[in-house]
Design a protein around this ligand. Structure first.
Ligand code: AMP
Length: 215
């Protein structure tokens, strides 16, 4: 199954994407995670990406598309994958389409996790990320069992630079301008399914499972 997760930053699509990946035993491919790993390892790509990410801007398509295409060419993607945070622009979606068509493949579903802007701002300020392994939490909706420390690796949790309120506003306007058009793009292809992302995490997960398993 080849799935794209759509939704505003902070809609909870990352958390859901990880669960879906585990459920269907397919790789979870998050461009945000790939960029953050590059930043942590101080690579050339990381240095370039950080400048955009810290301002709430998108990393340019030319740095993003090839990276994803290389990842999708790896063996573990043969039976499907879930893309989280990619595509984020129409040119990215078109590049993905072209790459899939060239192999006679297509996406099965695009799942939009729908959450209104005011809830997003409230949610993002409560997000915490692990500096060590990248696990994400929410102080209200999904707290770490170890408080301010990661329940996976024990490292200290932080509020990411790009989750700070002023950056969140910027990321939301970038989302509406550049990413939201993908909803119509995938609706036009008949593969869009929308779930209500304001519900409890488990309920959202069940809704996603239903839309993935329905014909
Ligand atoms: P995320 O963790 O998906 O919210 O991504 C964090 C940041 O990484 C975004 O705000 C962008 O700056 C950058 N990013 C992630 N995925 C993409 C993408 N597909 N295209 C451009 N920038 C991206």
């Amino acid at each position: 199954m080849k799935i794209v997760m759509l939704g505003a930053p902070g809609a909870g699509k990352g958390t859901q994407a990880k669960r879906i990946a585990a459920q269907y035993k397919i790789p979870h491919i998050s461009t945000g995670d790939i960029f953050r790993a590059n930043i942590k390892n101080n690579t050339e790509l990381g240095k370039k990406a950080k400048a955009y990410m810290d301002q709430g801007l998108l990393v340019p398509d030319e740095l993003t598309v090839d990276l994803v295409m290389d990842r999708l060419a790896q063996e573990d993607c043969a039976d499907g994958y879930i893309l989280d945070g990619f595509p984020r622009t129409i040119p990215q979606a078109e590049a993905l389409d072209r790459a899939l068509s060239a192999k006679g493949e297509q996406l099965d579903r695009a799942v939009d996790v729908d959450v209104p802007d005011d809830s997003i701002v409230n949610r993002m300020s409560g997000r915490r990320a692990c500096q060590g392994c990248g696990a994400t939490y929410h102080i209200q909706f999904n707290p770490s069992q170890k408080g301010e420390f990661c329940q996976v690796c024990g490292e200290k949790l932080i509020l990411r630079e790009d989750d700070k309120p002023e950056t969140v506003q910027k990321r939301l306007s970038v989302y509406h301008e550049q990413t939201q058009p993908l909803i119509d793009f995938y609706a036009g292809k008949g593969i869009l399914r929308t779930v209500d992302g304001t519900k409890e995490m488990d309920q959202v997960f069940e809704e996603i499972r239903k839309v993935l398993e329905a014909e």
